[in-house]
Design a protein around this ligand. Structure first.
Ligand SMILES: *Cc1c(COP(=O)(O)O)cnc(C)c1O
Length: 538
C-alpha cells in the first residue's frame, strides 16, 4: 500500500513512546498509544514522523521494598540502535541557551522517530530530559519547551516540512508558540500568524478529570522563556490565567479529538465553556495487532479450531513466568482474572474485595485466582498506598492472589494473553479509553468491565464479554457496581467457565471477531488521516 502521495505529512508530537518493553521512554497508556500509532503508520505506509524525548532515566522502576511499600529507582539507560543525526538545535530556557541533540530511531522505516536529548557537553541543564514526568513546575515546563519548541526547530534543521502538527495531549503545546513566532518573524501580526498556523494543528485530549489537565502560572512561564517572544496579552488569549494547556491546545488547533466515542461526548461537555475552541470529534483508540495479539491464538481463531488450547499455552507461559518472578505456581485450571493498570483510586482495584464473605471462599477453594500489576507515580502517595494494598492482599492469599511489581509493556502483553478474564471497573466517566481491554479482547481474554471508555462500543453482554452495571453514575456508584460485579461473576462468569467450556470458547471467538479490526491501530490511524489530518488547510 502506498499512501504517501495523497496524505499530508504529519509530525506527531508526544512526551512518551511505548515501542518496546526495553526502550524505556514511556510510562503507560499515552505512550503506548503513540507507539502503536507509529507502528500502524509504518504498516500502512503513511507519511508521518514522530517527535519525542530521549529520557535518560525513563519513568521510574518501582519495586516492593522489605517493608511491603513501593520504592522507586532510576537507572540510566542508553541505546545503541539510535542514530546520531548530527543535528543540534537550541532553546533558551531561563535565559540560558540549552543545546538539544537530535537522535533518530529508524526501526519503523518510513516513519522515523526523532528524539531530543539535552544530555550534551556544555549544557548546564543536562538532566532536563532525565526523568519522564519526574518533576513539576519549572522542570516540567522546561521539558515541554524542549519537546514543543525544540521539536519544531529540529524539524526545520532536518529539512522536514510537515503539513500537519499533531499534539498528543497538551505537553507539546509550546510548539504552537514556536510556529506563531516563525510566522511573526516573516512579518505577520500575531492574529494572522495564529490563524495561519492553526490550520495545520490537530490535538488529542485525554483526561476527563479537570485536575489532570495541566495549568501553569504566567510568571513562571515568562521566567522560563516559554512565552518565546509572545507577550502576556497574546499568551493569555490562548490559554487564560492560570495558563491551561488543554484550553491552549483547543485554541491552537483546527480540530481536536477524544479517544473513545463516550470520551468525545465527555470532552465536548467538559470544554464547552472555552470560546474559540476547535471542534472535538471522537476517534476511538486502537492497539497494534502485531504487538499485542498472540500469533498462535489468532491462527487458531482463523483456522476455526484449537482456540482454547492456544489460549492454554499462553496461560501456561504466564504461569511459568509468574513462578520465576514471584515463586508462586498458579493453577492452570482455575479461573484467572487479570487487573493491571496505573494505580489510581478511581480505577477501584479493590472493588472486588468489597464483600470478603463472598470472595474469600472462592480464593480458598481454588475457584478464583487474581493477578494484579500496577505502578504509581513516584510522587503519588495515594497511588502508592494502592500498590501497597495490592501487595498486602497477595501476601494474605499467596496461592490465589499475585502482585507483579513494576508494571510495564512486557507484563501488559503477558497478562492480556494469559488471563481468562480482564477486569476493569473505574468510576464512570473517568476512563478515557483503556486500551488494555482491547489487547485482551484480541486474545480472547474476556472483558468484564463497567461501561466506560471503549467498552460501550465493543460490549455485547454474555456474547463477547460482560458489562458491570448499567452505566449508572451517581452517589452510590460503588455499591451499584459492586453488586453487579458479584451478580455477573457468580451467575455467569464462574458457571460458564467451569460448566460450559464450549460456550466459553464461543465467547472467546466472538471477542476476537469483535476486536481484531474494529479496535486495531490500523483502523485508528486511517481515521486520524481521514477525519483530521486530511482536513488541514481547509
Ligand atoms: C496497554 C497498557 C496500558 C494502557 O492500558 P489501560 O487500559 O489504559 O490501563 C498501560 N500500561 C501498559 C504497560 C500497557 O501495556
Amino acid at each position: 500500500m502506498n499512501n504517501k502521495e495523497n496524505k499530508p505529512l504529519t509530525a506527531y508530537f508526544c512526551m512518551e513512546y511505548g515501542l518496546d518493553e526495553s526502550f524505556k521512554i514511556y510510562s503507560g497508556g499515552l505512550g503506548i498509544l503513540a507507539g502503536d500509532i507509529l507502528k500502524a503508520a509504518h504498516d500502512l505506509d503513511m507519511p508521518m514522523v514522530g517527535i519525542g524525548i530521549l529520557w535518560r532515566q525513563g519513568y521510574d522502576r518501582q519495586v516492593i521494598a522489605e517493608n511491603g511499600k513501593p520504592m522507586d529507582c532510576f537507572p540510566e539507560y542508553s541505546y545503541d540502535f539510535l542514530k546520531d543525526t548530527g543535528v543540534m538545535v537550541e532553546v533558551n530556557i531561563r535565559n540560558r541557551p540549552v543545546k538539544i541533540k537530535v537522535w533518530m530511531c529508524d526501526q519503523f522505516g518510513n516513519v522515523p522517530l526523532y528524539l531530543l536529548d539535552t544530555n550534551v557537553d556544555g549544557n548546564a541543564d543536562r538532566l532536563i530530559t532525565g526523568q519522564l514526568y519526574g518533576w513539576f513546575n519549572e522542570e516540567r515546563i522546561a521539558q515541554e519547551m524542549i519537546l514543543g519548541i525544540g521539536g519544531v526547530r529540529a524539524l526545520r534543521a532536518l529539512g522536514i516540512n510537515p503539513q500537519v502538527y499533531h499534539f498528543n495531549d497538551s505537553h507539546p503545546m509550546f510548539a504552537g508558540f514556536e510556529l506563531i513566532r516563525e510566522q511573526m518573524k516573516y512579518g505577520l501580526s500575531f492574529e494572522k500568524a495564529k490563524a495561519k498556523i492553526r490550520k495545520h494543528i490537530t490535538f488529542t485530549t485525554h483526561t476527563p478529570v479537570e485536575a489532570g489537565n495541566e495549568k501553569h502560572d504566567h510568571v513562571l512561564l515568562r521566567y522560563m522563556g516559554a512565552y518565546n517572544s509572545l507577550n502576556y496579552r497574546q499568551v493569555m488569549s490562548i490559554g487564560g490565567s492560570p495558563f491551561n494547556m488543554t484550553v491552549a491546545g483547543l485554541r491552537l488547533s483546527y480540530m481536536a479529538n477524544g479517544v473513545a466515542q463516550l470520551h468525545g461526548e465527555t470532552a465536548k461537555k467538559m470544554w464547552s465553556y472555552v470560546e474559540d475552541a476547535a471542534p472535538i470529534i471522537a476517534i476511538t483508540n486502537g492497539v497494534h495487532n502485531g504487538t499485542w495479539q498472540d500469533k498462535n491464538v489468532y491462527a487458531a481463531y482463523k483456522a476455526g479450531e484449537g482456540l482454547l488450547s492456544a489460549h492454554m499455552d499462553a496461560k501456561r507461559n504466564m504461569i511459568d513466568e509468574i513462578e520465576k518472578r514471584n515463586g508462586i505456581k498458579l493453577d492452570e485450571n482455575t479461573l484467572t482474572i487479570g487487573f493491571a493498570r496505573r494505580a489510581a483510586s478511581y480505577k477501584r482495584g479493590d472493588l472486588i474485595f468489597g464483600n470478603m464473605d463472598l470472595i474469600e471462599p472462592l480464593l480458598n477453594q481454588n475457584k478464583l485466582q487474581i493477578i494484579f500489576s500496577g505502578k504509581a507515580h513516584p510522587n503519588d502517595l495515594e497511588g502508592k498506598a494502592i500498590v501497597a494494598k495490592m501487595y498486602e492482599m497477595s501476601c494474605k492469599y499467596p496461592n490465589a492472589i499475585v502482585f507483579l511489581q513494576d508494571y510495564d509493556m512486557h507484563i501488559g502483553a503477558m497478562l492480556t494473553r494469559g488471563c481468562d478474564v480482564w477486569l476493569n471497573n473505574p468510576r464512570r466517566p473517568m476512563e478515557a479509553s483503556g486500551t488494555s481491554g482491547m489487547k485482551a479482547a484480541m486474545n480472547g481474554v474476556l472483558n468484564f468491565s463497567v461501561l466506560d471508555g471503549w467498552w460501550p462500543e465493543g460490549c455485547e453482554h454474555g456474547v463477547n464479554g460482560w458489562q458491570i452495571g448499567s452505566g449508572y453514575e451517581g452517589p452510590n456508584q460503588d455499591e451499584h457496581d459492586r453488586e453487579s460485579l458479584y451478580n455477573v461473576l457468580f451467575n455467569e462468569v464462574i458457571p460458564i467457565y467451569y460448566d460450559n467450556k464450549d460456550k466459553w470458547e464461543d465467547m472467546m471467538k466472538n471477542s476476537i471477531a469483535m476486536s481484531t479490526e474494529k479496535f486495531s491501530a490500523a483502523r485508528m490511524v486511517n481515521e486520524y488521516y481521514d477525519l483530521m489530518y486530511s482536513k488541514c488547510g481547509e
